[in-house]
Design a protein around this ligand. Structure first.
Ligand code: PBG
Length: 328
């Protein structure tokens, strides 16, 4: 059957007709809000490169998370700005570290919240790379031990999900083993399995104060040109015991996300990263795009490609729009 018998416009005529044939939906359960926690008290410092995003001290973080929860947010991802940095990033596994303190405060003050901990060293090392250096290179195997320590420390502090973003080989297995040995066999690992060496992280490095002091991350993060290798990365993490896989960034890599959706039965996450967010804000400031519309279109596209969970700085804005019936 073809035209004129078939007319695809028939189900597009009214909002109600469009609703019954809608294939993909965005709900509050699909949203996770990344947050930056810094030392001090009463601090809510705006991040210049990311309009609407702040670095919060623990007290202000708790307030913000309470507001976000009232809007329907159920999951947060925490990044820390430590008091001190050193060559190995030891502040990352201190029981009194900045994210550990935030985890404990949130456990007390916001019961039921899903607290996801980003596990990586770039915010904690004085050179800004994601692990221990050996000469000018990040030493994979020496970093594994520290990732395991950081993960156990965060789980002890109350993290519900451990999310390694460092891209060392073998880290999921090393973290799983350490968590199990420390009595955290029920804590899931959400692996940033497919993380590309991306210019779209630019604005984040101001927010997290984590820019590498020399070179770049191409020695450990993936080449944007590689799709098949992405499947190998994911496969390796599945074998090592990952409970959920992430693709990052999101919009420029929807093909990779869709390929993972086809190949694996694990839940999938995607990270709509700082650059993706800030470009929308910048274009909207100039009046070039309708921010709400383009932001929601981006999130539904990420869902359509296969993501169950979307990390986005726009999570609260999206939650408010969903509550206002925007998607209807
Ligand atoms: C840490 C990390 C980064 C992001 C998340 N975790 C930065 C990087 O790898 O340079 C980027 C997030 C974003 O851009 O929003 N390794």
């Amino acid at each position: 059957m073809s035209f004129p018998e078939t007319r695809l416009r028939r189900f597009r005529r009214t909002p109600a007709l469009r609703r019954i044939v809608r294939e993909t939906r965005l709900s509050l359960d699909n949203l996770a809000l990344p947050l930056f926690v810094c030392p001090g008290e009463g601090v809510a410092r705006p991040v210049g490169s990311m309009p609407g995003v702040h670095q919060h001290s623990v007290d202000r973080l708790v307030e913000t998370v309470k507001e976000a929860c009232a809007e329907g947010i159920r999951s947060v991802l925490l990044f820390g700005l430590p008091e001190t940095k050193d060559a190995v990033g030891s502040a990352a596994w201190s029981p009194d570290g900045i994210v550990q303190r935030a985890m404990r405060a949130l456990t007390q003050e916001v019961p039921g919240l899903i607290k996801i901990a980003d596990v990586c060293f770039c915010e904690y090392t004085d050179h800004g790379h994601c692990g221990v250096l050996h000469g000018n290179e990040v030493d994979n195997d020496a970093t594994l031990e520290n990732l395991a320590r950081q993960s156990v420390s965060l789980a002890e502090a109350g993290a519900d999900v451990i999310a390694p973003s460092d891209m060392m080989d073998g880290r999921v297995g090393a973290i799983r083993k350490a968590l199990d040995a420390a009595g955290h066999a029920s804590t899931p690992i959400l692996s940033y399995a497919v993380k590309f060496a991306s210019g779209f992280y630019g604005p984040f490095r101001e927010a997290a104060e984590s820019a590498p002091q020399f070179g770049d991350r191409r020695g450990y993060q993936m080449d944007p040109a590689n799709g098949r290798e992405a499947l190998r990365e994911a496969e390796a993490d599945v074998e090592e015991g990952a409970d959920m896989l992430m693709v990052k960034p999101a919009l420029p890599y929807l093909d990779v996300l869709a390929a993972l959706r086809q190949r694996f039965d694990l839940p999938l996450a995607a990270y709509h990263v700082s650059g993706e967010y800030s470009m929308l804000k910048a274009a909207a400031e100039r009046g070039w795009i309708d921010y709400d519309r383009v932001m929601m279109e981006s999130l539904i596209a990420i869902r359509r490609a296969g993501a169950d969970l979307i990390f986005t700085y726009a999570a609260r804005e999206a939650a408010r729009l969903l509550a206002s019936g925007w998607a209807e």
